[in-house]
Design a binder for this molecule. Sequence first.
Ligand SMILES: C[S@@+](CC[C@H](N)C(=O)[O-])C[C@H]1O[C@@H](n2cnc3c(N)ncnc32)[C@H](O)[C@@H]1O
Length: 227
Amino acid sequence: MEAPFQRRIVKTADGSHTLELVGMDEHYHSTFGALQESRHVFIKAGMLALTEKNSVLHVLEVGFGTGLNALLTLLEAEKANLKVFYHALEPFPLQREEYERLNYPALMEEKDQEETFMKFHESEWDKDIEISPGFTLRKESSGLGEANLRAGFFHLVYFDAFGPDTQPELWTQPMFEKVSLAMKAGGILTTYCAKGSVKRAMKASGFDIEKLPGPPGKREITRAIKR
Ligand SMILES: C[S@@+](CC[C@H](N)C(=O)[O-])C[C@H]1O[C@@H](n2cnc3c(N)ncnc32)[C@H](O)[C@@H]1O
């Protein structure tokens, strides 16, 4: 689907890139540091809280975007010897001229990540694709409202849509109920958003809410545990 917005690549305070929605005061990541934010919100507060108890992780990402969260997840999974099935929703995929200019592979401690990063973006949609031994990616070209999610399947959800001011329809009780149904009991949903109305909608959808300190530039983030 053609994106209903214009994007441009900008550098954030930690040197990593993000995309800006031109004229909309919205970015794909925090301008205080994209890489720093992804590591803090999704990897530390989400994935690493589950790696000890599991040898396989089923991850759902709401908003695949640049693929940064997927790359960080793959690298952590390799370190922890963990198998990952990663289901990413993205109705407005990046164009080649955007993803090939992103500096994430070059910023990773682990060398030679360019090929993996390109594979993420160029792999076929709506199919399970093995990106590396132990890491399977399924990109679904639909939004959360339309997506086909297996019931009780996911251990971990990266809720990384645009903010509630830009996409209010995604931060509602019906959407969190849909996500909750797709998750295992005790599963974790993590997000950068700490808005009161969003936390109330999560609570009413079967989650217990934890407030965690945010990355630089953000006081708080939210981790929700499925009851
Ligand atoms: C804040 S960006 C984050 C993207 C990504 N996680 C990253 O690290 O680059 C939000 C993403 O949600 C996607 N998106 C927009 N509408 C959506 C929907 N209805 N369902 C799922 N994702 C959506 C956008 O296209 C965009 O890629």
